[in-house]
Design a protein around this ligand. Structure first.
Ligand SMILES: [Cu+2]
Length: 307
């Protein structure tokens, strides 16, 4: 009880001091943040350029969740490190002390404290993540463009559903030119998905064989591509440009070569591109008949012909 009283008194003192400390801390934070670039304000996530629109309609929501989580966790870290240092300094062994220090096992208030606080943190993180995910996962009633993506060891096929054209990706090739850096890839061999800027896009993710993951780095979002089911991504690309994509689920020997690009272009360029696919004869869709994995539930095995 004596110990608790002492803890309580020092907490009150700390509280009073913290209140005075809060004002300069808030002012300093405001000054520091005012001088931040877009990159810094968004927690150094990729895809932010000063004065340019965010890459997709979800970018700001995702970066806000990331940055807020970091601030909260950093605060928790500071308190934990501070308490550790405090305990090390205050309860260090002094001259003339012998034997074991006072043991604090089964101290109910402290145990309740460090059960409740992490629980509240987890509930908080869960709540905000679930809230943002519900918005990000919201499907469009009538998307402007529907893209079917097929992941396959180790490349990607893209079906442009509205235009009824497709592009079939080959596996990315190494760059074998004499001056190429070691490990460089032939840029022209990377499968490329075109998306029109400012349009509601639904991306339907399918796999032809094993589990892959569709990750456009600058979109700040990735999603597994699972055989036998279709996962959906809904987004509006908001800034024209070329963005790197990759498979983010270890899927076999050449997983690291399972790259792709996303080109966000104007509607006119998009129309010209899909028209060029039609002109080259890539009309129709590369559907699930090309899946290597054909023994999924509900698929009837081919029967031998009988007389
Ligand atoms: Cu993969």
């Amino acid at each position: 009880m004596v110990l608790l009283d002492r803890v309580e008194r020092s907490m009150v003192r700390l509280n009073r001091r913290l209140r005075w400390a809060a004002i300069p801390v808030a002012v300093a934070t405001a000054i520091v943040l005012a001088g931040c670039t877009a990159q810094e304000l968004n927690g150094y996530l990729p895809g932010f350029i000063q004065g340019e629109p965010p890459v997709t309609n979800h970018t700001e929501r995702i970066s806000a969740l990331w940055v807020t989580s970091w601030i909260v966790l950093f605060g928790v870290g500071l308190i934990a490190w501070g308490l550790m240092m405090w305990a090390v300094a205050v309860y260090r062994r002094r001259r003339g002390q012998t034997g074991m220090p006072v043991q604090l096992r089964y101290n109910m208030p402290i145990e309740v404290f460090f059960t409740i606080v992490p629980l509240l943190l987890i509930i908080g993180f869960y709540f905000f993540t679930a809230r943002d995910e519900a918005v990000i996962e919201q499907r469009f009633d009538k998307p402007d463009e529907v893209i079917q993506v097929y992941g396959k060891q180790w490349a990607w096929d893209f079906n442009y559903v509205n235009e009824n054209v497709y592009s079939s990706g080959i596996q990315v090739q190494p760059d074998l030119s004499p001056n190429a850096e070691q490990g460089a890839v032939d840029q022209a061999s990377i499968p490329t998905l075109y998306l029109p800027v400012g349009k509601q896009v639904e991306i339907q993710l399918n796999s032809r064989d094993v589990i892959h993951s569709f990750w456009v780095v600058d979109f700040l979002y990735k999603k597994d591509v699972i055989p036998g089911r279709t996962n959906i991504m809904s987004l509006i690309p908001e800034r024209e440009g070329t963005y790197m994509g990759k498979c983010a689920e270890l899927c076999g020997e050449f997983h690291s070569m399972m790259l792709f690009k996303v080109k966000v272009v104007s509607q006119a360029e998009y129309d010209a591109y899909t028209q060029s696919l039609a002109d080259k004869g890539f009309s129709g869709q590369l559907d699930s008949n090309y899946n290597r994995n054909q023994n999924l539930p509900g698929v009837v095995a081919p029967q031998a012909a009988t007389k």
